[in-house]
Design a protein around this ligand. Structure first.
Ligand code: SF4
Length: 361
């Protein structure tokens, strides 16, 4: 079972797509004028009703993006993937909504409201702004302070029963009632942009968040039948999870697996990258003869996801790795240089972004 609180490390994306009716994004790529590199490179692999959002983009019509956050620690490159997508939608004039899930953090993770708020401002919103989100054009709010969202959640909760919640999320008799209600608040977050106007909405997520999307679409359709609301089912896209530096999952709680956005260039960071899991061979001779396997290489993944925009440059690395001309030592050094440049620039921007972030929530 995949739930927003528990993700198994070996996700079979294809099987999950078939099981839950998620469509491949490939078939839509020709309709998108300038697809995000995550779409071109198969990192965003699936969608529900994304055609509606493409139409809005192509016809220059308004649409909304909802991307909730539940701050739980330092942000790493895996988290950056969401910001990259928001930046793409910002360029296409989307209305961006960022609910801070402080209610869910309280119910499901036992985090107090003050801690969640401070972490959201100092770590998350600061990085969002430093990476380029325009603070004047985003709607950020704390769930606990948004009366409209809470009212909407109250009303929508009537449209689902405990058996369904148990089936979707695996709740049991020991689950606290707040935790059971938390997904309904998320449903309200997703439908909130449509409260006073009909606007297509997209939610970019990892596959672990799909239960929220399925629930939202069901509840929206049931609420529409009573004529109390007239919601469009939200669209969604699904991206892959980044591999951690040592080959497993990238996780804030295991610093050796992640590059954090607040990392500064240092010997220890270089060491972390130089010892990451590559697709290199056992010996130099073997690598020169057989070539490496970039498909199984964390360093290459960093290039693909974050460090190289230019498809041509990426292909050159891929080809020279496969052909045995590129060796892992120099490739990792190149990776570190790119990360160093990125983090130095981000660190400077974060100073100013933090002051702005403090005034937003
Ligand atoms: Fe990975 Fe680079 Fe080594 Fe190829 S040469 S396996 S891309 S680190």
């Amino acid at each position: 079972m995949i739930t927003p609180w528990e993700v198994s490390e070996d996700i079979d994306y294809k099987k999950t797509m078939e099981q839950f009716g998620i469509k491949s994004i490939k078939e839509l790529l020709d309709d998108i004028e300038n697809p995000h590199h995550f779409m071109r490179r198969g990192i965003i692999f699936g969608h529900r009703d994304f055609g509606r959002i493409i139409n809005s983009i192509n016809e220059n019509k308004k649409f909304a993006v909802v991307s909730g956050m539940m701050p739980s620690g330092k942000m790493h490159f895996g988290h950056k993937m969401i910001i990259d997508q928001l930046l793409y939608y910002q360029k296409h004039n989307a209305e961006i909504y960022i609910p801070i899930a402080d209610l869910e953090a309280y119910w499901a993770r036992g985090m107090d409201f003050e801690t969640t708020k401070n972490l959201a401002i100092e770590e998350y919103i600061t990085n969002y702004i430093a990476l380029g989100l325009n603070p004047d054009k985003i709607n950020i709010y704390l769930q606990s302070k948004n009366e409209s969202v809470k009212d909407l959640a109250m009303k929508l909760s009537k449209r689902v029963n405990f058996s369904e919640m148990k089936g979707i999320y695996g709740f049991g008799g020991e689950t606290n009632i707040g935790h059971i209600f938390a997904p309904i608040v998320q449903v309200a977050d997703i439908l909130y942009p449509q409260l006073n106007k009909k606007i297509p909405t997209v939610v970019p997520v990892g596959i672990d968040q799909d239960p929220h999307l399925r629930l939202t679409r069901d509840i929206a359709s049931r609420a529409n039948k009573t004529k109390e609301f007239n919601f469009m089912p939200p669209s969604s896209t699904y991206h892959r999870f980044m591999t951690g530096l040592s080959g497993g999952k990238m996780s804030s709680s295991k610093p050796e697996t992640a590059i954090f956005l607040s990392d500064t260039p240092s010997k220890s960071l270089k060491k972390k990258i130089m010892s990451s899991k590559t697709g290199g061979r056992e010996t130099l001779e073997e690598q020169k003869k057989l070539g490496g396997t970039p498909e199984n290489c964390v360093v290459y993944e960093l290039f693909v996801y974050h460090l190289i925009d230019d498809d041509k440059e990426l292909k050159e690395i891929y080809d020279s790795c496969k052909g045995g001309e590129l060796l892992c030592g120099s490739c990792k050094k190149n990776c570190y240089e790119k990360i160093k440049e990125f983090l130095t620039d981000l660190g400077e921007k974060r100073e100013c972004a933090k002051e702005i972030a403090m005034q937003i929530v």
